[in-house]
Design a protein around this ligand. Structure first.
Ligand SMILES: Nc1nc2c(ncn2[C@@H]2O[C@H](COP(=O)(O)OP(=O)(O)OP(=O)(O)O)[C@@H](O)[C@H]2O)c(=O)[nH]1
Length: 281
């Protein structure tokens, strides 16, 4: 039998008995925890899943296309300027963004528009059941005794809700939809096609939306429970004062607003600006 076998990787003995374990792995005190977490996060990266929800024709698919500078839907006739068809089922586009060595797997889920039926009762059901299904799937994976080291995260972290640019206030359908959605997921309301309103109209509309949300106890992102410390509170109150965002992302967005930095994924700016979400544009 060959006695010169390589040491087993599972062997409890260190490879060199003269090297103490603390030197091999660096400091092991509490002060090392932050560094270890940072190294781990840099290695594994983050996953962020956004869902876009709203009535038909408000520009959800256009936003996803603008964000990724690619077509969620592509015409089979390349030379014909065929209008984008209606989205009839949920589908997701994923891109891995890397910035200063940190990876972000960004997934945007486009949903079919609602609100064009005679009876819109329960039009929120397919979207809510998709969101709950993702939670359930993740939970079931976590409950397994032999869990995967990395559970694919398909849970919706943020839901961008497109408010039609009526210039008045939230419609009863939006209120009902938002009330249900807010109980399940972080919701960011945006004024869709905001270029169809003047700046004064947008500001007035935005404050009426904020009033409506308050009256109907619709707790959009960032919720009060995120105000954990002073810094969070300051940042969150700033974000709250901006709500709702204006969304301008027609097909001409990159042409009219300049090119995007090379660090961004194709067709994007910073996450909020990629979406064309601005506080005052
Ligand atoms: N003026 C203006 N038009 C926009 C904007 N975003 C999209 N559009 C136009 O609105 C139309 C509808 O856009 P879509 O992206 O198909 O809308 P959708 O919400 O995905 O529609 P469904 O698939 O029916 O749910 C298209 O003709 C777009 O060019 C915007 O910010 N401003």
């Amino acid at each position: 039998m060959d006695e010169r076998r390589s040491p087993s990787p599972c062997s409890s003995r260190p490879s060199s008995p003269r090297t103490p374990p603390s030197e091999m792995f660096g400091p092991v005190g509490i002060e090392a925890v932050l560094d270890q977490l940072r190294i781990k996060a840099m290695k594994t990266g983050f996953e962020f899943n956004i869902m876009v929800v709203g009535q038909s024709g408000l520009g959800k698919s256009t936003m996803v296309n603008t964000l990724f500078k690619s077509k969620v839907w592509q015409s089979t006739e390349p030379n014909l300027d065929v209008p984008m068809p209606q989205t009839l089922e949920l589908h997701s586009v994923t891109h891995v963004i890397e910035e200063k060595g940190l990876k972000l797997k960004l997934t945007v889920t486009d949903t079919p528009g609602f609100g064009d039926q005679i009876n819109n009762d329960k039009c929120w059901d397919p979207i809510l059941s998709y969101i709950n299904q993702q939670y359930e799937q993740y939970l079931q994976e976590e409950l397994l005794i032999t869990r995967q080291r990395h559970i694919p995260d398909t849970r919706v972290h943020c839901c961008v809700y497109f408010v039609p640019p009526t210039g008045h206030c939230l419609r009863p359908l939006d209120i009902e939809f938002l009330r249900r959605l807010c109980r399940t997921v972080n919701v960011v309301p945006v004024i869709a096609r905001a270029d169809s309103l003047t700046i004064e109209e947008r500001d007035a509309f935005r404050s009426r939306i904020q009033q409506n949300l308050k009256t109907h106890c619709i707790d959009v992102y960032p919720q009060k429970c995120f105000d954990e410390d002073v810094n969070d509170r300051l940042l969150n109150s700033k974000i709250r004062s901006w709500m709702s965002w204006n969304l301008l992302c027609g097909p001409d967005w990159p042409r009219t607003h300049g090119d995007l930095p090379a660090s961004a994924p194709p067709g994007s700016r910073s996450l909020l600006l990629w979406l064309g979400l601005t506080e005052s544009t």
